[in-house]
Design a protein around this ligand. Structure first.
Ligand SMILES: CC(C)(COP(=O)(O)OP(=O)(O)OC[C@H]1O[C@@H](n2cnc3c(N)ncnc32)[C@H](O)[C@@H]1OP(=O)(O)O)[C@@H](O)C(=O)NCCC(=O)NCCS
Length: 168
């Protein structure tokens, strides 16, 4: 098997990124999107996660095949929130539990370590043990759970929010 490397996401990755994301849209409550996304919509999302400063997107690449992504994006659009970023991290369904998430977070955290970021935030639909564990391992702490804030597959889902300072 080829080595797994984290590298910056590129436009050429869009179809694969949409394919991975749509698996989770269709089959899980992990994302609250209800309809599969188009490649054009993923292009806007990539742009939103790629200002080259606070917002970055990395993919895990195994011999040219993308196995997931990790990134930081805008939390809320009012300007005072700019120093807070929201995390996104997804491995392809066949690539979870192989330590790929930590490889991507390692590259991402290194890339943004000197940026003007104060808080990093992760919203996790419950239950999601793997996501809680990786965020704990990277220094995030739970701050609270919003109950039943999303409805998908005919039921309501709670979202746990976790946070960490950029510099611990
Ligand atoms: C969450 C995610 C990014 C973690 O990345 P990963 O590469 O799987 O992380 P690791 O292989 O280091 O596993 C992290 C921990 O979760 C555990 N784990 C992995 N997959 C698991 C699963 N399906 N169920 C329960 N635990 C799991 C691992 O055993 C490991 O535990 P440890 O820290 O005690 O060793 C990845 O599992 C994923 O993409 N999941 C689906 C999408 C998702 O939930 N994204 C996050 C949305 S908030």
């Amino acid at each position: 098997m080829a080595e797994i490397k984290a590298r910056r996401a590129e436009l050429g990755d869009l179809a694969r990124l949409a394919e991975i994301y749509n698996y989770y849209v269709i089959n899980t409550p992990i994302t609250f999107d209800l309809k599969p996304v188009t490649i054009e919509e993923r292009a806007a999302w990539l742009e939103h996660h790629s200002d080259g400063a606070r917002h970055r997107l990395f993919v895990a690449d195994e011999g040219g095949r993308v196995l997931g992504w990790a990134g930081t994006g805008q939390f809320r659009d009012r300007a005072a929130y700019d120093t807070s970023v929201e995390m996104t991290i997804y491995c392809a369904p066949e690539a979870t539990g192989r330590g790929i998430g930590p490889i991507m977070y390692g590259a991402l955290f290194e890339a943004i370590r000197n940026e003007d970021i104060n808080r990093m935030l992760a919203g996790i639909t419950l239950p999601n043990e793997a996501s809680i564990k990786i965020h704990e391992r990277f220094g995030f702490r739970p701050v609270g759970t919003f109950s039943e804030v999303g409805r998908k597959f005919g039921k309501y889902w709670d979202v746990l929010w976790m946070e960490r300072p950029l510099r611990i």
